[in-house]
Design a protein around this ligand. Structure first.
Ligand SMILES: [Zn+2]
Length: 415
């Protein structure tokens, strides 16, 4: 490994992120963002193909053509869909992806109907304090108690329909980005445009290094992560190592921060691969990349859908720390930089296991999490049951049943 880090091109990263935020792309409405990323890869000279639905599969060739590595970031975001047109002309909404209507209230949105884009606001059903007074505060929070008010002249279902609006139309929420001087980045949809921007920036760093990677690496941009099927059908190669790039929630009880990269050890899809995750940790320690380990309780990722769709691949999740995920998201430049540095270092690191080349690796070469001397158990011996039933006291022999270490300690303290 001779690659030396010059640090990621943060101006490129932030510019790319801002451009991506300009493209509305809730899950199911992702053609625009797919075109944007595809053109970016073209401009960088990265060969790639599109699946029928629009998953982008790129290739950066390495010395070892197989098995391969993949790093995946999703391009789709949470959003909403028109669920019904009400008698007053306003629209009922259903969420696209899993998120609370609490964070939708007050948002400005774009609605994509048959005649193009209309603008509007998502409001609670009691939206005026002057009209409902404290009633406003008694309204439950769920998608049935919000509605979309479109900025067009309509007070009836017929008038709304005449505007070319139908059940099933997509609704995209405005990103409201703000990049502050001191490095904070606030916006909706940092999940996962920030992750995708990190991956594109890592690709740029790899290409500009002019060095060959040790293994073929496939950057993948998926389009249905928020609904659970992101990397299904996305891996036509034999991928032995799969790294997802996504958002990490920083919240009370989480160790994630906005100033480091997070390695997720486990989420709703179960634990991530022990060896791949520790390999990534070792790269952070080697390169002094700020890193946190964390567990996410209500969280799914593209790594999970890669496994579920039948791939025998190691998986890990590299994530940027973000406050208020799937709500009013905020991260910091520090975290995006750490993610990008780690992805670049990983691309240039050797394969974790030589035997990952084989599907029939012999047992003697199989990896180890446990070495025999690393395991300790209890030395306490249960008394024989016949003595317990016979109420036969073991008091006199209790010393014999105690762990050796405790006896030793007792002796020491006496002397
Ligand atoms: Zn995500």
């Amino acid at each position: 490994m001779t690659f030396t880090h010059h640090g990621p091109d943060m101006a490129f990263l932030e510019g790319t992120l801002l451009e991506m935020l300009a493209i509305p792309c809730p899950t199911g409405f992702t053609d625009g963002i797919v075109r944007y990323v595809s053109e970016h890869l073209d401009a960088m000279g990265v060969p790639h193909e599109l699946t029928r639905r629009g998953t982008i599969r790129a290739t950066l060739s390495g010395k070892q053509p197989s098995p391969d590595r993949a790093i995946a970031a999703h391009l789709d975001t949470i959003g909403a869909m028109v669920r019904g047109i009400k008698d007053n002309g306003r629209l009922e909404l259903a969420p696209v992806g899993h998120w609370s209507s609490r964070f939708a209230e007050g948002s400005r949105v774009s609605l994509f109907g048959d005649h193009g884009c209309l603008r509007g606001s998502v409001l609670p059903l009691m939206a005026s304090g002057h009209a409902f007074n404290e009633g406003v505060d008694s309204l439950p929070v769920n998608w049935d108690t919000v509605e979309l008010r479109i900025d067009a002249k309509t007070t009836s279902r017929a008038e709304t329909e005449a505007l070319g609006i139908s059940v099933g139309d997509f609704v995209a929420f405005d990103p409201l980005p703000e990049f502050t001087e001191n490095g904070y980045i606030s916006a909706r949809h940092l999940d996962n445009k920030a992750g995708a921007a990190c991956l594109l920036t890592a690709i740029k760093a790899i290409i500009e290094s002019g060095e060959q990677l040790p293994m073929d690496l496939h950057p993948i941009f998926t389009i249905t992560e928020e609904t659970g099927t992101g990397s299904a059908g996305a891996l036509p190669w034999d991928v032995s190592e799969f790294v997802g790039v996504d958002i990490a929630p920083s919240a009370p009880g989480q160790s994630t921060t906005e100033h480091a990269v997070t390695l997720c050890m486990q989420d709703s899809g179960g634990p991530y691969d022990y060896h791949l995750t520790r390999h990534l940790l070792s790269l952070c320690h080697r390169d002094e990349i700020p890193v946190r380990r964390d567990l996410f309780r209500y969280y799914h990722s593209d790594a999970e859908s890669a496994i579920r769709s039948g791939n025998d691949t190691r998986t890990a999740l590299v994530a940027f720390g973000t406050d208020a995920t799937h709500g009013y998201e905020r991260t910091h430049r520090d975290s995006l930089e750490a993610v990008t540095r780690l992805l670049t270092a990983y691309a240039f690191s050797p394969p974790i296991f030589d035997d990952d080349k084989r599907h029939d690796a012999p047992l003697e070469n199989f990896q180890r999490q446990l070495s025999p001397d690393a395991v300790s158990g209890s030395d306490t011996v249960l008394p024989p049951l016949e003595r317990v039933y016979a109420h036969e006291s073991i008091n006199g022999e209790l010393e014999e049943l105690k762990p050796a270490s405790r006896k030793k300690r007792a002796k020491k303290s006496k002397s």
